[in-house]
Design a protein around this ligand. Structure first.
Ligand SMILES: Cc1ncc(COP(=O)(O)O)c(C=O)c1O
Length: 248
C-alpha cells in the first residue's frame, strides 16, 4: 500500500517540465545540489519555531541573518526574520505597519508582484496601484494624486517579476519621512547590490540617513541551488514586537 502511494506521488510529476533538461524557464527556482539536499534532509524534522529545543537552528539562523545583513549593507539595528518567501514577507511587512504605525492604505506601482494586493486584502488594508511609464518608472503625478496625507504606506520593488526593474524611492516622493516603506527585493535582493552596487548603496544610505522607517525582504530560493522555501525580511528592531507571538 505504502509502495503504491509513493509510486503514485512520483509518477504524478512525470509530465512536469524538468529543470535538468532546460525545459523550465522563468520559474525562479533551481534544483539544489546534493550537498545542500544533505543539509536539508538532516534538518527536515527540526522546527525553527522551537528554538530552545533545536538550538542549532537558532545559531544557523543568526549566522544567516548576519551574513545577509552584511551583503545588503543593512545596519545592526535591523532584525532579520526567516520566512517562506516573498509572499509571506510582504504579508509580514504590511501586518507590521498596520500594527505599529496604524497603516490603513498601501500604494504600490502597477509593476509590483500580485502578492502585495493579496497581503493588503488579507489584512483589510486598502490598496491602490500607481501608474508606471513604459520604462517602468513611476508616474509622480499619479502618485501625488493618490497618496493620502495620513496612515499610508508605500511598497516598492527591487527587481520586478517581469523585467527586473528597480523602483528608486527618490523618484516617488520628495519627503518620505514618516511614511512607512517596504522594499520587496525578493527577486533583486541578491543581484542588484552586485550588478549596480553604487545605485544600491545610494538607495540604502538615502533611506538610512533620512531616518525612513523601512523594511526589506529577500528570497534565497530565487537563486542558484537554494532550497525552497527560504526567505528573509529585515525590519527595524523597534518595530519587531508584533512579529513575536508569545502564547495566548
Ligand atoms: C518581486 C516578487 N515579490 C514576491 C514574490 C513572491 O515570492 P514567493 O513565490 O516566494 O512567495 C515574487 C515571486 O516571483 C516576486 O518576483
Amino acid at each position: 500500500m505504502f509502495e503504491e502511494i509513493l509510486s503514485l506521488i512520483f509518477s504524478s510529476s512525470f509530465e512536469d517540465p524538468k529543470h535538468e533538461s532546460g525545459e523550465v524557464l522563468g520559474s525562479m527556482t533551481t534544483p539544489p545540489p546534493p550537498e545542500v539536499l544533505k543539509v536539508v534532509n538532516h534538518f527536515i524534522s527540526k522546527n525553527l519555531g522551537d528554538p530552545s529545543l533545536f538550538r542549532s537552528l537558532q545559531i544557523i539562523t543568526e549566522k544567516l541573518e548576519n551574513i545577509t545583513k552584511e551583503i545588503l549593507h543593512l545596519p545592526q539595528d535591523m532584525k532579520g526574520i526567516v520566512t517562506s518567501g516573498g509572499t509571506e514577507s510582504n504579508i509580514l511587512a504590511l501586518f507590521l505597519f498596520r500594527e505599529t504605525l496604524g497603516t490603513k492604505k498601501v500604494l504600490f506601482p502597477d509593476t509590483a508582484h500580485y502578492s502585495i494586493s493579496k497581503a493588503a486584502k488579507i489584512l483589510s488594508i486598502e490598496s491602490e496601484k500607481i501608474s508606471t511609464y513604459h520604462s517602468g518608472k513611476i508616474s509622480p503625478t499619479d502618485f501625488k494624486k493618490k497618496f493620502p496625507s495620513t496612515n499610508a504606506a508605500i511598497v516598492l520593488t527591487m527587481g520586478t517579476t517581469e523585467l527586473g526593474g528597480v523602483d528608486d524611492p527618490r523618484d516617488v516622493i520628495d519627503n518620505l519621512e514618516g511614511v512607512p516603506l517596504h522594499i520587496d527585493a525578493a527577486f533583486g535582493g541578491f543581484t542588484f547590490p552586485f550588478i549596480n552596487p553604487e545605485k544600491y548603496l545610494s538607495i540604502i544610505s538615502y533611506l538610512l540617513k533620512r531616518d525612513i522607517e523601512f523594511t526589506i525582504s529577500v528570497d534565497f530560493h530565487k537563486f542558484l541551488g537554494a532550497p525552497i522555501p527560504s526567505g528573509m525580511i529585515f525590519v527595524p528592531k523597534e518595530l519587531v514586537d508584533p512579529l513575536y507571538f508569545n502564547g495566548w
